[in-house]
Write a protein that binds this ligand. Structure first.
Ligand code: PLP
Length: 212
């Protein structure tokens, strides 16, 4: 199936108020361009270096989202252009993003990553850690970032009940905040995520094909 075909199929499955992030990690420039030509403008990458290279090579009206774990020493490379950072999992990272956003005279939007999966390997903070950041005076001092939402990844399992439970728990917590963006759902589970209140899905392989 072509990228164009996959995109139009997925777009039909997603209500128009939900933002689709096309996850192009590991895929070549040509693949991103094909999606771009079908009208897609938001792309997600999980590696800083790869995102910088693609940003330089591709049309400048693309909005680049960093979706993976972000190392603090790499923030400076993406600060000039990144549109949304999904995987922020510490206050120190917010401070670092703020520092480089300031240098670039920008305001960078961020999502805090919640750990909702049972697996040890997944990054993210507990709801109470997130709440602590949202409530802190220190956060208000960071004038060049905006925490606009939350992001979460469900367990890697076929158990739909388990996945739903994890998405639901994040949605319930999200509802207690005044944040606007809830990023959850990938190729395998985005319909479940949307059912459970997601308003931003990050879809890679269902658009671009399997990664090797
Ligand atoms: C790779 C990745 C995705 C997309 O995964 P697919 O299963 O290919 O849709 C979404 N979110 C994050 C954080 C990822 O690293």
């Amino acid at each position: 199936m072509s990228i164009q075909h996959n995109l139009s199929k997925i777009s039909k499955n997603i209500p128009s108020e939900i933002t689709l992030v096309a996850v192009s990690k590991t895929k070549p420039i040509e693949a991103v361009l094909e999606a771009y030509k079908s009208g897609q403008r938001i792309f997600g990458e999980n590696k800083v270096q790869e995102m910088v290279e693609k940003h330089e090579a591709l049309p400048q009206d693309i909005q680049w989202h960093l979706i993976g774990h972000l190392q603090r020493n790499k923030v400076k490379y993406i600060a000039p252009f990144v549109s949304l950072i999904h995987g922020v999992d510490s206050f120190q990272t917010l401070e670092e993003i703020n520092k480089h956003a300031t240098k670039n005279s920008r305001i960078i939007e961020c999502l805090l990553q919640a750990k909702i999966a049972t697996e040890e390997s997944k990054f993210g903070m507990s709801f109470s850690e997130i709440q602590e950041i949202l409530d802190s005076e220190k956060l208000r001092a960071l004038q060049n970032i905006r925490v606009v939402g939350l992001m979460g990844m469900a367990s890697f399992t076929d158990n739909k009940l388990q996945i739903s439970k994890e998405f639901k728990s994040l949605k319930t917590f999200f509802n207690t905040t005044s944040l606007k963006t809830l990023s959850m759902g990938m190729s395998g589970d985005y319909p479940l995520a949307i059912e459970n209140g997601s308003n931003m899905v990050r879809v890679g392989s269902a658009i671009f094909g399997a990664r090797n």
